[in-house]
Design a protein around this ligand. Structure first.
Ligand code: UD1
Length: 431
């Protein structure tokens, strides 16, 4: 079990490049199941990517990752089941369902795991697949799906879901006839999936708007694609630079994918220099509280960036308000941030922060991916020593955060803590 040890209070200075997008590459890897040889470039080295490659191998592909490129090819052996253990490792495992059905007409999976952000049902995924002609039986945690033939359909989502939109797209590309997805998610990752599918020979249009149109084709071929930059990883570095102070230039990023985040950082008093593929952020003097941050589906403020901006707002002058509209339980970082001296109260979907002069290092534990990143940001900006446990959550979405932030001047180290050492420490604390 790894932890991060941080000696905080150092400004961040220098330049860094943004990794490829986790939320783009996972559905793209699922889509690669449908091709006859795909190369995915700018693929981030993340534990979630590792899980996706293991799922692909289980389904009968060769799947390798080297120097930022994932290579996926069929082996001729076709399996249709994903075991419970793999499904539990990440929420995005469910995205493979649409692709397996498109390829094989049947699938056996289990309910997915992932960050515990409150109830995360998959009813919209299953409803969309049923519309496309899939018969679904659920039994305990198991989901058995059969489709004699996938048929194009009208899918009208009642609310916006990124994953359900992606699953519907993956199943519909090889369905007979046309599919219209309305109230589709508009995230840049959906556009990236459309681009990849079209390179494979699919006929998808409209991604980025709330209506996606798909004309089913008979087969797809292989493709080479470079994944878009990760807008949440970019928001993490910028929030850290805002929290710690300093001067950071972030290259290989897409500022047009992160307008709401940049707006809030600007309101907080950060100086931003925005170019088409880079952002430079300078923070001198104390941050100011931003206008209320209210999360919403894209192009609204991303829920994944809420904990990051919260971490930056802890020492801002004035009171900050956050309203979390996407997930019910996305304030797991709050009790840990309080250990560092943060003044936060939460009530249901709302969190209110009164900015304190400074944070003090503490021993804290990540409970989920972005909440964990928020703890790293707070620890880097706090005075003194912090230990952030639960690195495995953070590793799901960040490539070597200790190297990235270390290169910008943070004093951050990864340390392996043996289970026995941890138990001993806990027992000593209990005494
Ligand atoms: C994706 C992102 C995640 C991000 C989220 C919202 C990936 C790998 N993950 O997650 O980082 O935080 O979008 O931007 O891309 N819902 C249902 N029924 C369903 C599906 C979703 O009620 O069948 C609800 C969810 O509980 C949630 C809301 O819809 O309240 C949005 O979830 P969704 O967009 O599906 O999130 P994910 O695709 O899981």
């Amino acid at each position: 079990m790894d932890i991060f040890e941080i000696n905080g209070g150092k400004p961040l200075c220098g330049s860094a490049a943004v990794q490829g997008s986790k939320n783009s590459v996972l559905p793209i890897l699922a889509a690669s199941l449908l091709g006859d040889g795909c190369e995915i470039e700018n693929c981030p080295a993340l534990s979630d990517v590792d899980v996706a490659l293991r799922i692909l191998r289980r389904l009968g592909c060769s799947a390798e990752f080297k120097n930022g490129v994932a290579t996926v090819a069929p082996t001729g052996r076709e399996a249709v089941d994903i075991p419970d253990g793999l499904m539990r490792e990440m929420r995005s495992s469910v995205i493979f369902l649409g692709a397996v059905l498109a390829r094989s007409g049947e699938a056996e999976i289990y309910f997915p795991g992932g960050c515990r952000l409150g109830p995360r049902p998959i009813d919209m995924h299953l409803d969309a697949l049923e519309k496309l002609g899939v018969e679904i039986e659920t039994d305990g945690g198991r989901i058995s799906c059969r489709a004699h033939k996938l048929r194009g359909a009208q899918i009208n989502f009642d609310s916006v879901s990124v994953g359900a939109t992606e699953n519907a797209m993956l199943a519909a590309v090889l369905a007979e006839g046309e599919t219209l997805i309305s109230n589709a998610a508009r995230e840049p990752e959906i556009v990236d999936l459309q681009d990849f599918l079209n390179k494979m020979g699919a006929c998808v249009s409209g991604a980025g708007s709330n209506v996606i149109h798909i004309k089913g084709v008979r087969r797809l071929h292989g493709a080479r694609h470079s994944v878009i930059p990760d807008r949440i990883a970019a928001a993490t570095v910028l929030s850290a630079a805002a929290a710690c102070g300093g001067n950071v230039e972030l290259g290989r990023c897409r500022p047009d994918h992160m307008e709401t985040v940049l707006k809030s950082l600007h309101e907080m008093g950060c100086e931003l220099e925005i170019k088409p593929d880079s952002v430079a952020l300078k923070r001198r003097g104390r941050l100011k509280a931003p206008r209320p941050i209210v999360t919403a589906a894209y192009p609204g403020f991303p829920t994944d960036a809420q904990p990051l901006l919260m971490a930056a707002g802890l020492t801002a002058e004035g009171s900050s308000v956050f309203v979390e509209n996407i997930f019910e339980n996305r304030y797991a970082q709050v009790p840990e941030l309080r250990r560092m001296g943060a003044d936060i109260i939460t009530s249901g979907r709302v969190a209110a922060i009164v900015g304190v002069e400074r944070l003090i290092g503490a021993e804290v534990e990540a409970a989920d991916l972005r909440g964990g990143a928020a703890l790293l940001i707070a620890a880097m900006s706090a005075e003194g020593y912090s230990r952030v446990a639960g690195a495995k959550h953070i590793d799901r979405g960040y490539e070597c955060p200790e190297e990235l932030f270390g290169s910008l001047g943070a004093k951050i180290k990864r340390k392996e803590v043996k289970d026995s050492e941890r138990q001993q420490k806990e027992q000593t604390q209990e005494r």
